[in-house]
Structure formats: structure tokens, C-alpha cells
Design a protein around this ligand. Structure first.
Ligand code: M6R
Length: 605
């Protein structure tokens, strides 16, 4: 999704803006641009495509300004081309924007009626032209305040002014915006990761706030235009983790990092001396919780769905799950005895953040399970359980999914035990099993060569289906999502028992059908559903565990992951599906880390 950079310095900033934009590439984008201030001239350069293109443009025709803004755009209004790329500049101001202006059509009509001429199809250009209008009557800060009062929707903005050559204004509502500090320059960025090579001292703007950045000072204002102070955070230094190393791409690195993700995450939550789970400070006493509601989007939603099966199995609690974009518009009865859990890798997903805001407005207790601990969702929730996976750069979520599942599983065990739903002996055994998870993930990754063979069978397929029952159903959904987003091959995830209610009609000779069937209470049922697929010509790829053997002869390929604990199976079964999606995408020459049309951080609704 769109990414913003701003630098106010005493030396030329374009190279550092380009380097920071490269850091934001992981978010997904389709065009890029930069504007610097040079002798009261706004020097704007834009391109469609990659930041490398922009770098080439700058190489041929350098920008020298000491104040500048940069942007990577993920198209919402208007196709990805040069005219629609940011910054959007007028004769007096240049603007970069992340978010969506919902009333842009109305504002555009009003501006056009006054004679304004638009050069792009974007919603952002209304901001440029509104500020331009205001600047005729007011100073920059006032002009920005007046403009944002007219905007509906979400935004993070970086703004420079032709006639004021020593500062940048940043503003935020809904979309994240960070400010970074160093001794000789100051920065604006969509996230701290983009600023990491320049500083680890960061402040975060809250909704409605503005900042004014010069090379040696940063001032903050609240929505009432009053000066405020902001806390400065020191962000952790994870430079090494965000390096691709010897891997072809970030996704393969992140898949193979999963044993370490599991190890780190488990060691954060297990007290190895007491052999206990050290989760404390519950915002509600687990014995008094009435219901748990889990909310997320995409892969994070699939984590919620797996957790629903775990919590239902382990506790006597009522469990509800929802997709954040649905939850935020439902007519809900909030209950202060309920715990609302938000799951998000980035902690910046607009729908999840909005769903959390609704809970806060209704005074209920919230917990977030996030990878980025400095994120909006983490900062806004009552209780944060980090997944400790380190930066995840590949757009397709892999190690963060495994981290989310581990935290959710550990939390489920702890809640169950504290409520008296789980016997101490079983609780201890489950903790012991967790200690072997990292090793079992490692063994699962060793199955890669079999999965590579399997991937070849998908090259000429017209589509595919992923089937599972119980907690393997969300894994089927996740497997299908991974294949879709990486290889652009149509894939459907379905509960195996639901096939005969419609999707069986899709089965034709040779259609790849991935059946996920650990040896759990659903095993025989899933096998029956699989026979119905085989009878109609489906080509079965069977994924099970090594609890007992018996793989039928009609099965084209069988993958057996290690068996550890029936509740831990979904974590291990997810790994071959990640590898499958990865290898199909690799064979199809797809852009693995930045699949088309997608963004890592979905900061618009
Ligand atoms: O950052 P989040 O976990 O909140 O992101 C949610 C989804 O956008 C994300 O999981 C998405 O589905 C992934 N690209 C899937 O691989």
C-alpha cells in the first residue's frame, strides 16, 4: 500500500528518499515519485513501475533540494501511470498521500466550479488544490488544518511548500505516520522500518495530529491546533533479519526461518524453569470471560479461525470470529465481560484498526496479537501479545502466520488452564510438546523436494481446490489464499464435508485437489469426501501426518508432516502449503515477494 517518506536536512535528500522508498517497496506499489524544494522551485519526478526507474530518472537529472518528499503508490483512484503517481503538485505546494479521501468527488466538483484544473484521476489531488486555495489566505500550518477539516476518509500526508523552503508538514487520520529524529535532519515515514537506516528514534502521530519538521526541529499539534509533546520510542535494531542473505527472495527466507520464529516466540512465552506459560496482566480475569471474539483479515483471519477450534476444544468459552471489514459494520452487542482479540502482522491494517477503534468506543477490553509492536493496533489495544517473528517483507504472510498461531495456541492453553478447563497433567504435556515444535517445523521443511515435484502438476491446471475438516479447514483456506496470491492460479478452500453442497460440480478430470487430513477425529470422514472427488476425476494431493500410515493408492502424491500433538497439526500442515504456493509461483516466474495488485500493509479500507 502507499508509502510516504519526507526528509528535512542541511544536505541534498533525494538519495536517502530513494533508499527509504526501496524499504517501503515491500508494502506493494505500482508507481513512485519524489519532489524536492530547490530555490523556491518544486522539482517533481515520477514514474510508473519500480523505484529503480525513479532512481534512473534522478541519475540522468539529479535533484538537489535539502527538503523533499517521496512516495510509492498502490492505485486506488485512477490507473497506475505517471499522471496519477504522487507527489501531486501545484504552483505552490506538493503533496504525498496514503489513504482514501471518500468525499473527493464532491470536493473536486466544488474546486472545478471555482476554476481548478485537475491533472490526475486521483483523490489526492483535491488535497493539493485545497491547500493551494487556502495558502492564498493563510500560512501553511493553518492552510493544512483548514484543508483536513474538509476531508472525509483516511490519510497520512507529507506536504512541502514552494515559498517555505525549510519545513515539511505531516498530518495523520487513519493511516499511519511516523516521525524520525537525528542530530542533523528529521524524517517522516509511513513506518519506522523505512527510516531504520537513518534513525531508531521514532514518534508516532495519532489521529488528527500534525507535525512540522525542519532539519533541526519537530513540532507537533493536536486536532485543536495546540502544540503538544510526543513520546520518543527507540525501535529495536533488526537490520540483519531484514536482509535476504543467500535466499532467492524474502519469502523463501521467511519460510525457512520458521523453526527460528517458533523457537523465539515459544521462548518468549514459556518459563523454561517453571515449565509454565508466563502470560500475565490479562485485561479480564480468564475465569470471568464470557466470550472471546477474534478479528483479523486475510491470513490473520485464518489464524483466528484455527484459534476458534483450539479454544472450543480446550475451554468452555463461547468463541466468535469475524473478518475485520465485516465486524466494523455489524450491529453488535458489546459486552464488557467479552475479550476482543485483534490479530495482525503489520498492526496497521485499516479494517482491523477500525474494528479495534469501535471496541474501544464501546469500552470493552481488547488484546492485539501483532508482529510490529510499535504499530497503531498495538498502541491502541489494552493488551499486546507480540509474535516476535522479526520483520516479514514478503507480501505473502508465512512466518507471521506461524507466529500468530503459536501465540494463539499458547494463549488458549493458558486461558483453559486458568479457568480450570484443562487438567494440570495435560497442560504440562502440551507445554512439553510445544518445546518440540521448532524441530518438527524443521523436519517438515525437509519435505521441500517432494513439494517441488507436486508443484509441477499445477502448471497447466485451470484451478485447484483445498479441502480440510476441523482445524484443517482454515489451513485449506490459507493454502488456497497462498496459491492464489503468489501464482495467480484460481484456488478454493472448502470444508471437505461441504463439497457435495455445490463445489463438487467443479471437479473434472485432472483438477488438482489438495486434501489436508491429519489423523484426527475427522480423518475417516475426510477420506470419504476425498473418495467422492476421486470418483469424479479429481487429482488428489494428500497431506497428512505420520501418526499412523495408510495412504491410498488413488492418491497422486502424499506428504506426511511429523505428528506432535493433534492440536499442533494445523501449524505443521500449513508449511507444505506455503512451499507448494512458493514453488508453483517460482515455476510460473511470478514476482514472489511482490505479487501483482497486492500490498503488504493494507492501510486503506
Ligand atoms: O498485517 P495484517 O496481518 O493485518 O494483514 C492482513 C492481510 O492483509 C494479510 O494477512 C494478507 O492476507 C496476506 N498477504 C496473506 O498472505
Amino acid at each position: 500500500m502507499c508509502g510516504i517518506i519526507g526528509i528535512a536536512s542541511s544536505k541534498p535528500v533525494s538519495i536517502n528518499i530513494i533508499n527509504s522508498l526501496k524499504k517501503l517497496e515491500y508494502r506493494g506499489y505500482d508507481s513512485a515519485g519524489i519532489a524536492t524544494l530547490e530555490n523556491n522551485f518544486i522539482n517533481e519526478k515520477k514514474c510508473s513501475g519500480r523505484v529503480d526507474e525513479l532512481e534512473k530518472i534522478l541519475f540522468k537529472s539529479p535533484s538537489d533540494g535539502n527538503i523533499g518528499i517521496g512516495h510509492v503508490r498502490w492505485a486506488t483512484h485512477g490507473v497506475p501511470n505517471i499522471a496519477n503517481a504522487h507527489p501531486h503538485s501545484s504552483e505552490s505546494v506538493s503533496v504525498v498521500h496514503n489513504g482514501i479521501i471518500e468525499n473527493s468527488d464532491d470536493l473536486k466538483k466544488e474546486l472545478e466550479a471555482k476554476g481548478a484544473i485537475f491533472k490526475s484521476d486521483t483523490d489526492t489531488e483535491v488535497i493539493t488544490l485545497l491547500i493551494t486555495e487556502e495558502l492564498k489566505k493563510s500560512q501553511p500550518l493553518k492552510s493544512v488544518f483548514k484543508t483536513i477539516k474538509k476531508l472525509k476518509g483516511s490519510f497520512a500526508l507529507g506536504i512541502i511548500f514552494k515559498d517555505f523552503s525549510d519545513f515539511i508538514i505531516g498530518a495523520r487520520r487513519g493511516s499511519p505516520l511516523a516521525v524520525g529524529y537525528s542530530s542533523k535532519e528529521n524524517y517522516l515515514g509511513s513506518d519506522s522500518y523505512a527510516l531504520k537506516s537513518m534513525t531508531n528514534k521514532i514518534s508516532y502521530l495519532d489521529d488528527g495530529e500534525l507535525c512540522v519538521l525542519s532539519k533541526d526541529n519537530v513540532s507537533f499539534y493536536d486536532s485543536n491546533e495546540k502544540k503538544i509533546n510526543k513520546k520518543i520510542h527507540t525501535v529495536s535494531d533488526e537490520k540483519n533479519i531484514s536482509d535476504k542473505g543467500d535466499f532467492k527472495n524474502f519469502m523463501s527466507k521467511e519460510i525457512f526461518e520458521q523453526p527460528l520464529t517458533a523457537k523465539n516466540c515459544i521462548s518468549e512465552y514459556l518459563d523454561s524453569l517453571k515449565k509454565d506459560i508466563n502470560i500475565i496482566n490479562f485485561p479480564l480475569d480468564p475465569r470471568n470471560i464470557k466470550k472471546i471474539i477474534l478479528i483479523g483479515c486475510g491470513t490473520a483471519f485464518h489464524s483466528c479461525l484455527v484459534a476458534k477450534y483450539w479454544l472450543e476444544e480446550l475451554t468452555s468459552l463461547d468463541i466468535e470470529i469475524d473478518i475485520a471489514s465485516e465486524f466494523r459494520y455489524r450491529k453488535l452487542k458489546f459486552d464488557s465481560d467479552n475479550l476482543y482479540i485483534f490479530v495482525s502482522q503489520s498492526g496497521e491494517t485499516a479494517d482491523t484498526a477500525a474494528a479495534l477503534d469501535i471496541c474501544k468506543k464501546n469500552n470493552v477490553k481488547t488484546c492485539s496479537i501483532v508482529n510490529v509492536i510499535e504499530s497503531t493496533i498495538a498502541r491502541n489495544s489494552d493488551w499486546v501479545l507480540p509474535i516476535h517473528a522479526g520483520p516479514e517483507i514478503g507480501v505473502a504472510s508465512t512466518k507471521a502466520f506461524i507466529g500468530q498461531l503459536i501465540v494463539l495456541y499458547i494463549l488458549s492453553l493458558k486461558i483453559s488452564f486458568l479457568r480450570g478447563d484443562l487438567d494440570k497433567k495435560i497442560y504440562n504435556q502440551k507445554i512439553k510438546n510445544l518445546e518440540n515444535l521448532s524441530n518438527s517445523i524443521k523436519k517438515t521443511l525437509a519435505l521441500e523436494s517432494n513439494i517441488q515435484l507436486m508443484a509441477k502438476e499445477f502448471l497447466n491446471a485451470r484451478g485447484s481446490m483445498f479441502l480440510g475438516r476441523g482445524s484443517s479447514f482454515p489451513i485449506a483456506l490459507e493454502g488456497a489464499l497462498k496459491l492464489k496470491e503468489l501464482s495467480y492460479l484460481h484456488a478454493e478452500g472448502y470444508p471437505a464435508g461441504e463439497m457435495k453442497h455445490g463445489p463438487l460440480a467443479l471437479i473434472e478430470e485432472g483438477l488438482p485437489v489438495i486434501v489436508i487430513a491429519p489423523k484426527d477425529k475427522y480423518f475417516e470422514k475426510t477420506l470419504s469426501n476425498m473418495q467422492e472427488v476421486i470418483a469424479r476425476g479429481g487429482k488428489i494431493f494428500f497431506i497428512t501426518d505420520n501418526k499412523k500410515d495408510s495412504i491410498s493408492e488413488n492418491i497422486r502424491f502424499g506428504i506426511r508432516v511429523p505428528y506432535l500433538d493433534s492440536l499442533l497439526s494445523p501449524i505443521l500442515l500449513a508449511v507444505p502449503l506455503q512451499l507448494l504456493a512458493y514453488h508453483v509461483a517460482l515455476l510460473k516466474n511470478c514476482d514472489i515477494d511482490k505479487p501483482r495488485n497486492l500490498a503488504k500493509s493494507v492501510t486503506v479500507e
